[in-house]
Write a protein that binds this ligand. Structure first.
Ligand code: ADP
Ligand code: MG
Length: 280
């Protein structure tokens, strides 16, 4: 795999959509894997108590006493202590989620700076040593405090939209939540990327949904569309991303294309190539 340009600053992207099953986790781990394969250093923060992103990246998140994103949010460990290297790739890292995280949504409510816990953890000086180019935050299927933490910690939101009935249902509410976070907590937050997932070219519906999404979001929508494919759904069962499980498959190729598109867009978004934040 050829190299992709390193962004001038770490790009933090929150993968959000409060609908479950639209491809958030699949997108987060496969974009991360695709970018890592192209020589970039990538972290996935698993913010879903189900821990599916951790599983797909080959991290045993059921191991006892594992330092996870839960302890990180509570301030019991630093990011450096919670980060695990994925066996998939030397450039790929994960902060895993454990089932404890299910309680965090409520436990966080009474903590100081409850919306800023993840941002503060990512800003820890020890994180700079890793030199991450990309950080993907995989959100749970809700708009609660965990997702708010993800939106406060990121600059960019990536919304996966499934090419199915009711695809846009809930997206309006998601956009209103993003605006609220923008207005009150994180003025830099913006929707940078929309990715169409689970596209089935045999159905007219898939094209109708894709057209409608492109009308709404125009150039935010990646040209690459992720096809529906059984292989994509099989990969996590082997603790792998599709890019590892079957690199030649259409699913893997499309996630590699999407990763490339995202990396090339960064060049336009940040025209300066001097890197002050991470050294080289
Ligand atoms: P979310 O994180 O939004 O809940 P997931 O990424 O977990 O969504 O995807 C939901 C289910 O659909 C999972 O079982 C996943 O393996 C499967 N899936 C995701 N993308 C595809 C695809 N392109 N083709 C087929 N199955 C997919
Ligand atoms: Mg998920």
């Amino acid at each position: 795999a050829g190299q992709l340009p390193r962004p001038p600053h770490t790009r933090v992207m929150t993968v959000a959509n409060q609908k479950g099953g639209v491809g958030k986790t699949t997108t987060a781990v496969n974009l991360a894997s695709g970018l890592a394969l192209h020589g970039l250093r990538v972290l996935v923060v698993d913010l879903d108590p189900q821990g599916n992103a951790s599983t797909a990246l080959g991290i045993d998140h059921r191991a006892p006493d594992i330092a996870s994103v839960y302890e990180l949010l509570l301030g019991e460990v630093t990011l450096k202590e919670a980060v695990k290297q994925s066996p998939s790739h030397e450039n790929l890292y994960c902060v895993p989620a454990t089932l404890d995280l299910a309680g965090a949504e409520i436990e966080l409510v009474s903590l100081v700076a409850r919306e800023n816990r993840l941002r503060n953890a990512l800003n820890d000086p020890s994180v700079a040593e890793f030199g991450f180019d990309y950080i993907f935050i995989d959100c749970p299927p809700s708009l609660g405090l965990l997702t708010v933490n993800a939106m406060v910690a990121a600059r960019e939101v990536l919304i996966p939209i499934q090419c199915e009935y009711y695809a846009l249902e809930g997206v309006g509410q998601l956009l209103r939540n993003i605006e609220l976070v923008q207005a009150h907590l994180n003025p830099n937050l913006h929707v940078s990327t929309i990715l169409l997932t689970m596209y089935d070219g045999r159905t007219k519906l898939a094209d109708q949904v894709a057209d409608e999404v492109r009308r709404h979001f125009s150039d935010k929508v990646l040209g690459t569309v992720i096809p529906r494919s059984v292989k994509v759904s099989e990969a996590p069962g082997y603790g792998m991303t599709i890019i590892e499980y079957d690199p030649g498959s259409r699913g893997a190729m499309s996630y590699l294309d999407a990763a490339r598109e995202i990396a090339m867009r960064a060049k336009d978004e940040f025209p300066s190539t001097t890197d002050l934040s991470r050294g080289q």
